[in-house]
Design a protein. Structure first.
Length: 303
């Protein structure tokens, strides 16, 4: 892996994270609040997968993509379980009950989870300095949550459990998707994951179709989730993970909570203060330092 590949992977990973950072605010727009509910979390999660699957079918036909190899079907199913079903379903249900600012801080546990899954799958050995930076970035996110949430906000409730489960699902889906991207075209990984999920997502999305009038802004949020969060974002993200290494590129996710907060200001009218900006800059600094730390991949002996 060359330095040029690592740098390109980091930039592509950052592009994917910028796209993903809008996911929580857009989900909040689509699902609404307990006082003014819009679409159900089940419809948002599965309906956006159907939209992305339709786009995937067109893309795979246009690029004449080959069928996955037999060895790839199980990893594809695991990838789909994480990023097509688990993460969208858990976050969509949770986002009706928490603000985007609150949910964004919980995303801070994702880089460390993704790095751990990636290290296990790709037999990479991050240095102590790398793990120190990852731990420091995660600690900053936790400290930010403590300062912003207060004692009541730290109580574990159902929405928090769902968001933590979503993070675990995403980490597993990212890790397996990145491994598939080592020998499959990165864009094809998410496309096939979406297509093999269609026999479940399509009927469930139809059954959960909104039965009441939904605001135009909610449909706009749903459209973003289907086209960008569920599809185009993975083009950049999986390619970045494949080029730069899952363990290293996953640390770019440390900036995602704060990007989500920035997007929540114009989209949802939530407030952003100097404390949030300060913690955001501190976390970005840990990402910059962390990417300088060595990540070792054991050399395979020739057969």
């Amino acid at each position: 892996m060359t330095q040029q590949q690592i740098t390109k992977g980091l930039w592509l990973g950052l592009l994917g994270i910028v796209i993903f950072a809008v996911t929580l605010p857009m989900t909040r727009l689509a699902v609404g609040t307990p006082e003014a509910p819009q679409m159900s979390g089940v419809f948002i999660a599965l309906g956006r997968a159907v939209v992305a699957a339709a786009l995937s079918a067109l893309f795979l036909l246009a690029t004449r993509a080959p069928l996955p190899q037999r060895r790839d079907w199980v990893p594809l199913a695991i990838t789909a379980g994480g990023v097509v079903f688990g993460f969208p379903l858990f976050t969509s249900i949770a986002m009706r009950y928490v603000e985007a600012m609150h949910a964004s801080v919980i995303v801070g546990v994702l880089p460390l989870a993704t790095a751990a899954v990636g290290a296990l799958l790709h037999r990479q050995r991050p240095s102590a300095g790398f793990w120190l930076c990852a731990a420091l970035g995660s600690a900053l996110v936790v400290l930010f949550a403590v300062l912003r949430s207060g004692a009541a906000g730290l109580a574990i409730h159902f929405a928090d459990v769902l968001l933590l489960a979503a993070m675990l699902c995403a980490a597993i889906g990212y890790g397996y998707g990145a491994r598939l991207s080592q020998h499959m075209q990165a864009e094809h990984v998410i496309c096939w994951a979406l297509l093999i999920s269609l026999p479940l997502t399509l009927p469930l999305a139809l059954l959960s179709w909104p039965q009441t009038t939904v605001r135009a802004s909610a449909w706009a949020g749903f459209a973003y989730l289907g086209v960008f969060s569920m599809w185009l974002g993975f083009f950049a993200w999986y390619r970045g993970l494949a080029l730069g290494g899952t363990v290293r590129v996953s640390q770019v996710q440390l900036v995602q909570p704060f990007l989500s907060m920035l997007f929540a200001v114009p989209l949802l009218g939530e407030s952003l203060d100097a404390v949030t900006v300060g913690f955001g800059l501190a976390v970005i600094a840990t990402v910059f330092i962390g990417k300088q730390m060595p990540v070792h991949t054991p050399r395979l002996e020739p057969a």
